[in-house]
Design a binder for this molecule. Structure first.
Ligand SMILES: [Zn+2]
Length: 145
């Protein structure tokens, strides 16, 4: 047996389809050939629900811009002052609220790990659909002789 430094999750191939066990729950998932680790759709949606529970609503209700907690200084509507996301209670009410420009277009920003995860998830769903199509095609072919 060849020892590898990199952690590889257990995977196997059946026909043209590669399966790999989910990092979290261990269920087998269809993956692409290059995949080294996978989270199944159930675990991904659980993560997504946890990370983005009411994303849009919360942005509207706080009125805080995306990435406000990385801003050197951010003053909330109610006068709360934050320095890089840390509240500065002593400064509360001493500064004018930071004006939030409504961004119409989403600028390209460095993606967070979760955004990458979401993108990967979407890609995987696409891959899955394609594999399904392929399999359906093959199945019909054999059924119809
Ligand atoms: Zn899982």
């Amino acid at each position: 047996m060849v020892r590898k430094k990199k952690i590889e999750y257990h995977s196997y191939t059946e026909g043209n389809t590669r399966y790999m066990s989910c990092q979290i729950c261990g269920n087998y998932e269809i993956v692409g050939e290059e995949a080294v680790a996978v989270k199944c759709s159930r675990c991904v949606s659980m993560i997504m629900m946890r990370e983005f529970p009411i994303e849009d609503k919360s942005y509207k209700s706080t009125g805080r811009p995306v990435g406000w907690h990385w801003m050197k200084e951010f003053v909330d509507k109610d006068g709360k002052v934050f320095h890089k996301g840390k509240e500065q209670p002593k400064l509360k009410g001493t500064l004018k609220p930071t004006k939030v420009k409504p961004s119409k277009k989403r600028k390209t920003k460095r993606r967070t790990r979760d955004q990458i995860l979401v993108a990967k998830y979407k890609e995987k769903q696409k891959l899955k659909r394609e594999l399904k199509k392929q399999q359906d095609f093959l199945n019909h072919k054999t059924e119809d002789k």
